[in-house]
Design a protein around this ligand. Structure first.
Ligand SMILES: CC(C)(COP(=O)(O)OP(=O)(O)OC[C@H]1O[C@@H](n2cnc3c(N)ncnc32)[C@H](O)[C@@H]1OP(=O)(O)O)[C@@H](O)C(=O)NCCC(=O)NCCS
Length: 139
């Protein structure tokens, strides 16, 4: 299986019924089309990068075509993304009711930030109420 991340394809992204599950901000970050053996299977990207101390991070977003879900691709795609863009930290804001995405992220090692930090982010409008913030450091 060959996984590659190529230029973002807006037409392909717009073809998703559930494209509004994520909010793509092309001017604020980097987005890619995910290819598996030459077939477009989704889009991935992040707002950022943000560089602080020794962390280069991004607020990640991903959308995978239905027929390619539940194949444990999430972790492989993120590994490719962090490697390609020389990053070592990804964080995600996920709607509390998006149980599937939260489960999938936890399965690959994302952890919920602590309650105190979560409250700070909410107060400074960096995280909406009803959303959770998950983070993973890549070594
Ligand atoms: C979230 C999303 C990217 C996950 O991608 P994926 O390739 O299906 O995830 P993976 O196959 O790597 O993860 C599998 C794990 O996620 C969870 N999961 C995935 N689909 C699930 C389902 N339908 N029901 C229950 N758990 C599910 C399980 O923990 C599963 O592990 P298991 O198969 O051992 O039980 C994909 O569902 C998607 O594109 N959703 C719509 C967009 C979205 O919500 N994006 C996230 C916002 S950041």
């Amino acid at each position: 299986m060959k996984l590659t991340l190529i230029d973002f394809d807006n037409k392909f992204y717009n073809s998703f019924d559930d494209k509004n599950e994520i909010k793509v901000s092309l001017t604020k970050g980097n987005y890619y089309t995910i290819l598996i053996d030459g077939v477009k299977i989704g889009i991935v990207g992040y707002i950022g990068p943000f560089e602080r101390r020794n962390l280069k991070s991004g607020l990640v977003q991903i959308l995978i075509k239905d027929e390619f879900r539940r194949k444990n691709l999430l972790g492989k795609i993120y590994k490719k993304l962090v490697f390609q863009d020389h990053m070592n930290c990804l964080f995600a804001s996920i709607k509390e009711n998006n149980i599937i995405s939260i489960k999938a992220h936890k399965k690959i090692g994302f952890r919920k930030i602590n309650y105190k930090l979560e409250n700070q982010l909410i107060k400074s409008n960096k995280l909406r109420t009803g959303w959770v913030r998950l983070i993973k450091i890549y070594k």
